[in-house]
Each structure stands twice: as C-alpha cells, then as structure tokens.
Design a protein around this ligand. Structure first.
Ligand code: ZN
Length: 105
C-alpha cells in the first residue's frame, strides 16, 4: 500500500532554495504554463502575491495574481483568486507553480 501525504518532501525555488510548497499539498501535475508543465497546489508559502488581473485561459475566465518568490523575486506561477465559471470554482485560492521554477528536495 502506498503511503500518501509525504510531509518531508518539499518543493523549493530553483533560484534560491526557498521552500514554497510541500508534496502533500500537490493536487495535480496536469497543468500548463508559459514554460511548460505546471503543478496545482492547495497552498504555497514564502511567496508574494502580485496585483489581481483578469485572464482568459483555455479552461475559462479567471481573476489571477502572479506569485513571486519572497526571497529572490522570481516569478513562480499564479494564484487563482476567482473563477467566473462553475467548473473552475474548485481552483479558487489555489496556486499554480511552474515545474521549471522549482526543485523537489
Ligand atoms: Zn527564490
């Protein structure tokens, strides 16, 4: 039986090793960002949330805010602030972090 929710695995900013998310908070690996694959997390820490902006994505229209590493300022992905369509509501308050920007410990 597989053990789920490994708290010991941490995703860190590739630039400065700042811990930004835990493996146990990873919800999905099936997202796409500018740089390619991106992960959906339920929480992110040690980040700065930028100004809100409305964006039209493949999956619908959202209010998003870009997120940045609090330590080095690298743009890591975005936070879903609000979804305009019902099917996107589950993403509200969650975080997309680009695979290329983080390293797993
Ligand atoms: Zn950083």
């Amino acid at each position: 039986m597989a053990v789920y929710g490994d708290q010991s695995s941490t995703y860190r900013c590739k630039n400065c090793q700042n811990p930004v998310a835990f493996r146990s908070e990873l919800l999905s690996k099936n997202y796409l960002a500018k740089s390619g694959q991106a992960f959906l997390f339920s929480h992110a820490r040690n980040i700065v949330v930028g100004p809100k902006q409305d964006k039209s994505l493949i999956t619908g229209v959202y209010t998003l805010a870009n997120i940045f590493c609090i330590k080095c300022g690298e743009e890591l992905g975005w936070k879903y602030i609000q979804a305009y369509e019902a099917k996107g509501k589950f993403k509200e308050g969650k975080f997309i972090i680009e695979r290329a920007k983080i390293a797993k410990e």
